[in-house]
Design a protein around this ligand. Structure first.
Ligand code: SF4
Length: 364
């Protein structure tokens, strides 16, 4: 059975805050002399037919290599770019943020945290300025100086920058990378959002402080019941931090499910490649298995491969993979994969395969 007829892998529920349905984004390229001669218009197929749901009190990880389109998904959900097609729904209603007040209303509920805490804070302004501005923009500054001071202190306490008075009048260059990212998170919380879109929030931080920032986000998820989208190239951190993991390759989501399940029993050959590439001193991969995980570079998104986009790198590619894009196939425990290996009935003359491990055996 496929799940291509419904967005995401989990059933609909009232706890869904933000949803993408068949979201597609193609960026048109400037036409060259060759394009004019060939009478063609080319575009970058950054995101194709992406569907996902973000639920209150949960973290969803979106994992993939650089250039897979995961940051574009975050920007589309933040309504920083118009969609080529598809729909974004906030609180069950179609959401088109537009500009001005309607955009402000949207960002009050959906906040984006950028990867680079060094660039996201203005170096000439203090922490107090950044947080006060956020509170004022979103109408949460309070009615007087005392209330404003209290709200500023609350924000810094929430991100564990304590005592607040020690940080309020500092400039960004006086803070460590981890402290800056905490200020950026506090600024996002100034809107009192329901959703945080965290685009590689720890990738530019020293390894030693990454865990602290991830723990802070997890604490906020639980205390404030936030829906968090965690964009990362590090599938190991997704297992640690996220409830659900979605894997993205060349503009499409290729696998999804419970994080423990996806990282411990990856079904899609691309997910298997990601996991095999992640440094893990405890894992010794046999040479034969290393070859099986696949190699090579991601494809061009201007002319993406036909059929399954992973087929030029996939050691298990079959003839149909080169021409037919695979739909999503349900596996066990809510896991799914967009891969013809799991079309058991058609590929192997058997019933659809229910478990990735079984499927691996069935295709050998
Ligand atoms: Fe490999 Fe085919 Fe599955 Fe794509 S659909 S991952 S090419 S086996």
């Amino acid at each position: 059975m496929t799940t291509s007829d419904h967005p995401g892998h989990a059933p609909s529920g009232t706890d869904v805050v933000l949803e993408a349905r068949g979201v597609t984004k193609h960026f048109p390229l400037r036409r060259t002399a060759r394009d004019l001669v060939a009478r063609r218009r080319r575009s970058v197929h950054a995101v194709d037919d992406v569907s996902l749901r973000l639920r209150r009190g949960t973290v969803t990880a979106l994992v993939g290599e650089s250039g897979s389109g995961k940051s574009t998904v975050a920007r589309l959900l933040a309504q920083l770019h118009p969609l080529t097609s598809g729909e974004i729904r906030l609180g069950g209603e179609p959401a088109v943020a537009g500009r001005g007040r309607s955009f402000r209303r949207y960002v009050r509920r959906v906040q984006l945290i950028f990867q680079d805490p060094f660039a996201s804070l203005n170096p000439v302004h203090t922490v107090r300025y950044h947080l006060t501005r956020a509170l004022k923009i979103h109408g949460r500054a309070g009615s007087g100086e005392t209330e404003l001071e209290q709200n500023l202190a609350d924000l810094l306490n929430r991100v564990q920058l304590t005592p607040p008075q020690q940080f309020l009048d500092k400039f960004p260059h006086e803070l460590s990378g981890g402290q800056r990212q905490r200020v950026a998170i506090a600024r996002a919380l100034g809107a009192d959002p329901q959703v945080l879109l965290a685009d590689e929030p720890v990738s530019m931080l020293d390894v030693s402080i990454r865990l602290g920032v991830l723990n802070l986000l997890r604490d906020l998820k639980e205390r404030l019941h936030l829906a968090i989208l965690y964009i990362t190239h590090d599938i190991a951190s997704a297992r640690y931090f996220a409830d659900t993991t979605l894997v993205m390759y060349a503009g499409r989501i290729v696998e999804g499910g419970d994080s423990e399940r996806v990282t411990q029993h990856p079904a899609h050959p691309y997910t298997q490649l990601l996991i095999a590439s992640a440094p893990d001193p405890d894992r010794v991969v046999a040479e034969e298995d290393q070859e099986e995980t696949g190699t090579g570079e991601p494809p061009s998104l201007i002319t993406p491969p036909a059929g399954c986009r992973f087929h030029p790198r996939c050691p298990k590619a079959m003839e149909r993979c080169r021409t037919e894009p695979p739909p999503r196939f349900d596996l066990s425990d809510g896991q799914w994969a967009a891969c013809w290996l799991y079309d058991g009935a058609a590929a192997n003359g058997t019933e659809p395969v229910a478990d990735p491990a079984t499927a691996k055996e069935a295709t050998r």
